[in-house]
Design a protein around this ligand. Structure first.
Ligand code: SAH
Length: 226
């Protein structure tokens, strides 16, 4: 079904995701419509499929972005703070910024410097994207996202766009009370599952295993020894 959500324009892609029940929130749909996926996906930007962006990275399929954003929706509010680990093309990071403005803060972290630069250039393709970066609502940084960004936390929402080996306790520690982590986790069997980790207002943590997925792995920098 997911593969039938593609469209000939950005608007028709999002309308098809809505029609197929892959996207339900009107505020999220408006945010997705305001960001042209063609600024971030080099080929077939309006197909509902992942696309290679070089450096062994992909921009995830639109229905995967929709799932992730829906899962984090209660925490994507004006003034909110969001960390996007493995921000790659910068597309979803930019959509998060649309949700938390005015006054919020979104930081995308990727360990490939060229991709960080690409995400900045992609975002500059629209005046609105450029303005979000000038006002520091949206920033892209190079770094190992597995350790999060403690000095700027706590985060209302943390999205991880690559499959982790575990639930990354450092990221859970950096969640606000309340806050939510969305993370694909690679299991010993080789399969990957989405986990949603919630921290409530008292600091109590609950973990839920959701559905099977296939993401690029969260790794050491390719230039480093493993
Ligand atoms: N959300 C992005 C997904 C990009 S693919 C998008 O839809 O465009 C996953 C990304 O995770 C890649 O860009 C890869 O460089 C990055 N990545 C992998 N391991 C990482 C790590 N340890 N720290 C930061 N980024 C990492």
């Amino acid at each position: 079904m997911a593969w039938r959500s593609g469209g000939s324009t950005n608007t028709s892609l999002i309308d098809n995701l809505l029609r197929n029940g892959l996207l339900n929130s009107p505020s999220l749909a408006a945010a997705f419509k305001s960001v042209d996926r063609a600024h971030y996906a080099p080929t077939d930007p309006y197909a509902d499929s992942p696309q290679s962006i070089g450096y062994r990275a992909t921009i995830s399929a639109p229905h995967m972005h929709a799932n992730a954003a829906e899962a984090l929706l209660p925490y994507l509010k004006p003034g909110g703070k969001v960390l996007d680990v493995g921000s790659g093309s910068g597309y979803l990071t930019r959509v998060f910024a649309e949700m938390v403005k005015p006054g919020g803060k979104v930081v995308g972290v990727d360990h490939i410097g060229e991709l960080v630069e690409m995400s900045i250039q992609n975002t500059r393709k629209s005046e609105e994207g450029a303005a979000l970066m000038v006002s520091s609502v949206l920033r892209f940084l190079k770094g190992d996202g597995r350790i999060g960004l403690k000095e700027e936390g706590p985060w209302d929402a943390i999205h991880v766009g690559a499959a982790a080996k575990g639930l990354h306790e450092e990221l859970v520690e950096q969640l606000a009370k309340p806050g939510r982590l969305f993370v694909p986790v690679e299991e010993e069997s080789g399969g990957q599952w989405i986990w949603v980790v919630d921290k409530d207002a008292s600091g109590k943590v609950t973990r839920k295993r959701e559905y099977g997925v296939r993401y690029v792995p969260l790794t050491d920098h390719p230039g480093e020894r493993t």
